[in-house]
Structures are given as C-alpha cells and as structure tokens.
Ligand binder design. Structure first.
Ligand code: ADP
Ligand code: TYD
Length: 200
C-alpha cells in the first residue's frame, strides 16, 4: 500500500495556519491533527505546558513538547500514514525549534538531536510556513486568551517568527513560505498552488 502524504502547517500564534490546515485536510480527505495535545496523554501534557501559572524551565518545556510529539507520532501520525491515509498536522517538530530553540534559547543542536529521538524518521513531505507579521497576527488573536506563550513578550514572538524563516531557508523545497498577511482566500490560493505539485 502506498504511504499517505504528510503535510505540516507552521507559524506564529494567530498567523492563520489552523484555518489553512483544517481546510486542506478537508479538501484532501486527510486526517487532521495538531500539537500539542491530540492524544489522550497529550491532553494532560498540553494543559501543563500551556498553563502560564505553572513555572517551567525552557528545557522542561521542550521535553514536554517532545514527549507529546513522540506519543503523537507513534499512536496517530505514523499509523495513519502506514494505512495510506494522508495526514495534515497543525504544528510539528519545527515548532519546538522555533519556540524553545530560537524563542527561549535552548541549544538548537541538542534540540535537533532530541527531535530525532522523538520522531524517528517520520519527516513531513512538505511544511507550509504561514508567515505573518506580529502586528497582523495580533489583530487576529482572541483578546483574552493568555496561555504561557500568548503571555510572552513581543521580542519572544519576533524571535520565533525569525526562527521559522531561518529554518525554512535551510530546508529549501521541503518548506514553502506563504505571506500570511494576505486575505484568507488569497492565502488559500497560494497554499493550493504549492500543494498542486504534490501527489493526491
Ligand atoms: P493560528 O492557528 O495560526 O493560531 P487561526 O487559523 O486559528 O490561527 O486564525 C486566527 C484567527 O484569524 C481566526 O479568527 C481566523 O478566522 C482568522 N484568520 C485566519 N486567516 C486569516 C487571514 N488570512 N486574514 C484574516 N483573518 C484570518
Ligand atoms: P495553540 O493554542 O494550539 O496555539 P496555535 O493555535 O497558535 O497553534 O497553542 C500551542 C502553543 O504551544 C503555541 O503558542 C505554540 C506552542 N508550542 C511550542 O512552544 N512548542 C511546540 O513544540 C509546540 C508544538 C507548540
């Protein structure tokens, strides 16, 4: 059986990536999933890691994200791909590099090594970065939701955005960068244009 296609959407908070990830999953009849938290274990990990009232070091934060991912890959993503089902994920390993690496300052080489342990060889066929300036994303944000990351300062979010762009530049054709400041339908057209070159 042919393996399913694995497509990931990345971006800063409120960049508009979930809107596109859900739309593409429906269009392609793919399994939609997200990180952190889309497994029974992940629900608890997500609650801990997003709770702004629980102090946590950046490395602990990274390890909780990696624990969630390791479980997610083995119980959700990999089984679906092996059955021939395509998977669209709202966030994957680059979120940890961007937020905990570039954002918090955790050593990138060590994070990359830990990522290999967490995901094995389950790499996306394509990662779509919805690149949205902070001021544009800020307008789209739900005003009173303030989890650990949403309550971080602007400099943190700027480092995350710049980090994503640096990661995208490194991965070449395996990533595509879409201007997230455009209207929802314009972003959708740009995403579909890029996805058209992938097998169904
Ligand atoms: P994220 O997953 O990156 O946090 P969402 O996809 O949930 O972002 O979008 C955040 C908000 O912005 C939602 O209310 C959504 O409807 C809206 N939105 C998404 N894409 C756009 C866009 N291109 N232009 C304007 N609003 C958008
Ligand atoms: P979520 O409400 O799912 O945000 P979004 O809709 O923007 O995806 O919250 C997930 C938060 O967790 C988000 O701020 C990014 C952060 N995060 C990390 O810091 N590292 C990671 O590895 C992942 C997967 C998410």
């Amino acid at each position: 059986m042919r393996r399913g296609l694995f497509v990931v959407f990345e971006g800063i908070d409120a960049s508009g990536k979930s809107t596109q990830a859900r739309r593409v999953a429906e269009l392609r009849d793919a399994h939609f999933t997200f990180e952190p938290g889309d497994t029974p274990l992940g629900v608890d990990l997500r609650r801990w890691v997003l709770d702004a009232a629980t102090p946590m070091t950046p490395i602990t934060e990274a390890l909780l994200m990696l624990a969630d991912r390791s479980h997610h890959v083995r119980t959700v993503i990999e089984p679906a791909l092996s059955r021939g089902r395509s998977v669209v994920s709202d966030r994957y390993f680059a979120s940890t590099l961007a937020y905990q690496g570039y954002g918090r300052g955790v050593d990138l080489a060590r994070l990359e090594a830990a990522t290999e342990l967490a995901i094995g060889d389950c790499r996306p066929d394509l990662t779509v970065l919805i690149d949205t300036p902070l001021d544009v994303a800020n307008v789209r944000r739900t005003p009173d939701v303030r989890d650990r990351f949403e309550s971080a300062d602007l400099d943190f979010h700027q480092r995350v955005r710049d980090g994503y762009l640096a990661i995208a530049a490194k991965w070449g054709d395996l990533w595509c960068v879409i201007d997230g400041s455009r209207s929802e339908s314009e972003v959708a057209d740009l995403v579909d244009e890029r996805l058209a070159s992938l097998p169904c």
